[in-house]
Design a protein around this ligand. Structure first.
Ligand SMILES: N[C@@H](Cc1c[nH]c[nH+]1)C(=O)O
Length: 403
C-alpha cells in the first residue's frame, strides 16, 4: 500500500530530467514575457497567513515551532508572500512582473508538497494584462506539447453578486460553491428554497452551472441573468479579454465557465484553471486578486497563475535524449593526460567519468575511452575507433553529434 506519509515522492534520474526540462521551458518562456524570477523563504510566520483573510485554511498548513516558541509554517502558497514582498517594496522600483518555481506545502494534498511554477503581475488592471498573462499560460502548455489541454476562464464574484442581498453564512456559501462546482443542479434548487430565497433569484442561480462552453454562447446566456451594474461591467471585461485572446490566436484552447470555483478565496475578478485530458485535477490555476494587497496596507491590482509542475511532468509525451556519459580509463603512465582530457570534454559540456569500475548496469551501454601512451581507443557497444592524438579525439568527439 502506498505510504501516505511520504513527503515528496522521489524523482529518479529519468523523471527528474523531465522535471528539469519542464522547469527550464517554463522559466525561459516566463522570461521572454518580461518576468523576473524570485524565491521566497520556506519557513514563514504563521501570523502572515492568519492575518491575511481568505487564504489557505489554517488547518491545511504544516506548522512547526522554533526554539523560541514561535509558530512557523512551511510555505503554503506563493502568491501571498510575493504579493507582500511586492507591496512592501513598491517604492524601490522592483519589477512588477515576478516569476517563481517553488515547493508549496499543504497537508490536504497527498504528497504534502508539490512544485509550482508561476507568475504574478502587479500594478495593472486591464483586459490587455489579463489576456497577455493567459496567452503566456497557453503558449507554455503548447510548447511543452501537453496533449489536449483546455483553459477554463470564469469569474470569482460574478454569481456571488446575485447573492449580495441573500446574506448567506460562510458555511452556506461553501455548500453552494460545492453544488455549483459539481454542477449538481438537482440539489441546488431545494437547497436555495430551504434558505428562503426569492424564486427569480433561484432561477438565475440554477443557470450558473450551465454557463460553460463556447464563449459567445456563455456570454450571451449570462446577459440574461445580470442584475447589477457590477455584473454587467465584469461580463464586459471578460468578453473583452476573450476578444483579445482571439487576437493572440489562442481562443481555441479557451472555454468560459461561470460556475468555475477556485479554492483560494483571495480572487476578485477573472479566474482560470487549466485541464488536460484524462487528469481529474487542474494543471494550473490562477486569477485576478486586486485586494489581497490591502492586507499589507496598500492597494495594488494583481493577477497571476501557477502551474503544477509535477503534473506536467506526468503528462509530458516528448522523449528527452539523455546525455551520454563517457567512461575514461587510462594506462597508469597517462593519468595526468587523462585528467586534462576529461577537463577539456567537461569544458565543452560533455559528461565524463574517470576510471570507475564498470559495475553499474546503467553504464554498460556508455561509450568508453582508453588512454594509452601511443593511442586512444574509443569504443561503444560493438564499434571502436582509434586516435593518435588527444586533439584528434576531442575534435571528433565534441562534433560527432552535430550535423
Ligand atoms: N497561488 C494560487 C495560484 C495563483 C498564482 N497567482 C494567482 N493565483 C494557488 O496555489 O492556487
Amino acid at each position: 500500500m502506498k505510504n501516505k506519509q511520504i513527503l515528496h515522492d522521489m524523482f529518479y534520474p529519468k523523471q527528474f530530467s523531465k522535471k528539469r526540462y519542464v522547469i527550464h521551458k517554463l522559466t525561459d518562456r516566463f522570461t521572454t514575457f518580461g518576468y523576473q524570477q524570485v524565491e521566497t523563504p520556506v519557513f514563514e510566520d504563521y501570523d502572515l497567513y492568519n492575518d491575511v483573510q481568505g487564504t489557505v485554511d489554517t488547518a491545511d498548513m504544516l506548522k512547526l515551532v522554533d526554539s523560541s516558541g514561535k509558530v512557523l509554517v512551511l510555505r503554503p502558497d506563493a502568491t501571498i508572500p510575493i504579493s507582500r514582498y511586492y507591496t512592501n517594496l513598491q517604492e524601490e522600483a522592483i519589477s512588477s512582473r515576478l516569476a517563481y518555481v517553488l515547493d508549496i506545502f499543504r497537508s490536504t494534498t497527498e504528497e504534502r508538497s508539490r512544485t509550482q511554477a508561476g507568475v504574478e503581475l502587479f500594478g495593472e488592471r486591464a483586459p490587455e494584462a489579463d489576456a497577455e498573462l493567459i496567452a503566456l499560460a497557453v503558449t507554455s502548455l503548447k510548447e511543452l506539447e501537453i496533449p489536449s489541454f483546455k483553459l477554463e476562464i470564469g469569474h470569482a464574484t460574478f454569481y456571488k453578486e446575485l447573492l449580495r442581498e441573500a446574506n448567506l453564512t460562510a458555511m452556506q456559501q461553501k455548500q453552494l460553491d460545492q453544488y455549483i462546482q459539481s454542477k449538481n443542479v438537482s440539489e441546488i434548487v431545494p437547497f436555495l428554497k430551504d434558505l428562503g430565497l426569492d424564486a427569480t433569484l433561484i432561477e438565475k442561480l440554477r443557470k450558473i452551472p450551465m454557463l460553460y462552453g463556447d464563449a459567445d454562447f456563455v456570454i450571451h446566456e449570462a446577459e440574461n441573468i445580470i442584475s447589477t451594474d457590477r455584473m454587467r461591467e465584469e461580463l464586459n471585461y471578460l468578453s473583452k479579454v476573450y476578444q483579445l485572446l482571439q487576437d493572440y490566436q489562442v481562443d481555441s484552447y479557451i472555454s468560459i465557465n461561470l460556475g468555475l470555483i477556485n479554492h483560494m478565496n483571495y480572487y476578485s475578478g477573472i479566474i482560470f484553471q487549466g485541464f488536460a485530458e484524462g487528469l481529474g485535477q487542474p494543471i494550473m490555476m490562477g486569477g485576478r486578486y486586486d485586494y489581497l494587497s490591502r492586507s499589507f496596507h496598500r492597494e495594488t491590482p494583481a493577477i497571476g497563475f501557477a502551474f503544477e509542475v509535477d503534473l506536467l511532468v506526468q503528462l509530458l509525451t516528448c522523449t528527452l535524449t539523455e546525455q551520454e556519459i563517457l567512461r575514461l580509463d587510462y594506462a597508469s603512465s597517462e593519468r595526468k593526460r587523462a585528467i586534462q582530457l576529461a577537463e577539456s570534454l567537461r569544458a565543452a559540456n560533455l559528461a565524463v567519468i574517470i576510471h570507475t569500475p564498470k559495475k553499474e548496469k546503467a553504464y554498460t551501454e556508455s561509450p568508453e575511452l582508453l588512454v594509452n601512451a601511443d593511442r586512444l581507443v574509443y569504443s561503444k557497444q560493438q564499434e571502436s575507433k582509434e586516435f593518435k592524438t588527444d586533439q584528434e579525439f576531442l575534435d571528433w568527439y565534441i562534433r560527432k553529434d552535430v550535423e
